[in-house]
Design a protein around this ligand. Structure first.
Ligand SMILES: [Zn+2]
Length: 450
């Protein structure tokens, strides 16, 4: 009996020793294995990109003959005299201009309106459904990436936080697209932006917008958005095409709450009163700003409020007129539109308002939506901005607005490896060159390599 006990105990001890030895051995093995893996990964994950020309977005200038060293998803070194080890992975972009991935600050991936539909908004809200809407959004997301946009800010018209879902799907690798920063539903006053809807059908608006009836609603709307994953708060200062708007008090409450949670507020505002009220309430940026006085522009500059001019390029404007069977003089219509937009853009620049890039493309122009979005850069050029000024707006300044100028919109040590390349002379022939995409890398992964 004793012997049995003794034997049992000793067996027990032996087992324990064996287990401990096994554990020690496996830890040692694991450490050795991990170290070898790490050493192997360091080499395998290093890529050297040779840039014939390189856009320095922070200083808005073109450098030549640069090398960018990428390790995994980050840029670890940039410079002229980086020695490239034998056998290293090299991407030769010597014939091209290399830029940080572009940023489109105003998208609606979950929205596409066909102009021939009588009620495109109603069709989208009543007949599309959430599943189909996100799947379509996912396809569109890829078209932005294909066109060199490695980051977007998606600003509503995306159902009940479907933008958060798509962002998650992209981040986890389920689907392919740019980095998404999202607003969730637009916070607006009664009616949202759906014109002509019957009051008895207002629940449609409730599911598409976060409606605010008073200051308490406004405060809670921000808390709700922060809870469900919004990165930025988008409001409708005025509800174009509907003729209602938020009050200054409601917007003040929104801004105060959003800033408390470190979120920026950007306001759809199309006329001078709405812009002035939103700026007075403390928003960080104004979308569109179609009609704006110099007084309001000066206030924007003074308070550091950015402007996102979502203008339409000449080719897209003509396409638009064609799609709606416009019967008047197309050139005259386009020139009239451009003159108005150009005047306010140039006045904004003169007032020293920061200009950021945003396409606001939600119209079916019968081309990939990301390609249509790219036209925003062309529109800025047509309205007199210089190529490097446009590029800085679409990279460094857009990143700075998001407090991310060390991470995106820039090619420097420590930033994410979001790198694109275009062919042609950007400074001499901007629109041809910027559309001539040769290479797109996001987060260290190559998506386009022509
Ligand atoms: Zn929009």
């Amino acid at each position: 009996m004793q012997l049995t006990i003794h034997k049992t105990v000793s067996n027990h001890q032996i087992f324990r020793m064996m287990i401990q030895q096994y554990k020690a051995a496996s830890i040692l093995f694991f450490v050795l294995f991990a170290t070898s893996l790490l050493t192997a990964q360091t080499n395998e994950n290093e890529t050297y990109i040779k840039a014939g020309k390189l856009f320095d977005s922070e200083n808005s200038r073109i450098l030549s003959e640069m090398v960018i060293k990428v390790q995994a998803n980050k840029i670890v070194e940039t410079g002229k005299n980086i020695s490239i080890p034998d056998g290293a992975t090299v991407i030769d972009l010597s014939d091209y201009t290399v830029l940080p991935g572009l940023i489109d600050g105003h998208t609606h991936l979950m929205s596409l309106e066909t102009l021939t539909d009588n009620h495109p908004m109603a069709g989208k809200l009543l007949f599309e459904g959430e599943a189909l809407r996100v799947l379509r959004g996912a396809k569109r997301a890829k078209s932005w990436l294909d066109n060199g946009f490695t980051t977007i800010r998606d600003l509503g018209d995306s159902g009940p936080f479907l933008d958060v879902a798509l962002k998650r799907a992209i981040n986890e690798g389920t689907t392919v697209g740019p980095r998404m920063f999202v607003s969730g539903p637009i916070i607006s006053s009664e009616g949202g932006q759906v014109a002509g809807l019957l009051k008895s059908k207002r629940d449609v608006i409730d599911s598409e917008y976060t409606l605010v009836r008073n200051v308490d609603d406004a405060i809670n709307a921000v808390r709700e958005h922060v809870t469900y994953g919004a990165d930025i708060i988008k409001i409708c200062a005025n509800n174009t095409p509907n003729n209602t708007s938020l009050t200054i008090e409601e917007m003040r409450a929104i801004v105060k709450m959003a800033h408390r949670y470190n979120k920026k507020v950007t306001a759809h505002a199309t006329n001078d009163l709405a812009i002035w009220e939103a700026v007075t309430a403390g928003v960080d940026a104004i979308e569109h700003a179609y009609q704006v006085s110099d007084t309001t522009l000066n206030l924007m500059a003074q308070k550091g409020v950015a402007m996102i001019p979502t203008d339409i390029s000449k080719p897209l404007f003509h396409k638009y007129l064609e799609l709606v069977d416009f019967e008047g003089d197309k050139n005259q219509a386009q020139q009239g539109y451009q003159a108005r937009m150009q005047d306010r853009l140039q006045r904004a620049i003169k007032a020293k308002v920061t200009i950021l890039t945003g396409s606001d493309n939600y119209i079916n122009f019968e081309m990939p939506q990301g390609e249509a979005a790219k036209n925003i850069l062309k529109a800025y050029e047509e309205e007199g901005m210089k190529p490097l000024q446009i590029l800085q707006s679409s990279t460094f300044l857009s990143a700075k607005f998001m407090d991310m100028e060390d991470q995106i919109g820039i090619i420097k040590k420590g930033a994410f490896a979001d790198i694109i390349a275009v062919e042609g002379n950007l400074e001499e022939d901007f629109s041809a060159s910027i559309f001539n995409i040769k290479f797109v890398m996001k987060n260290g992964e190559i998506y386009v390599n022509n």
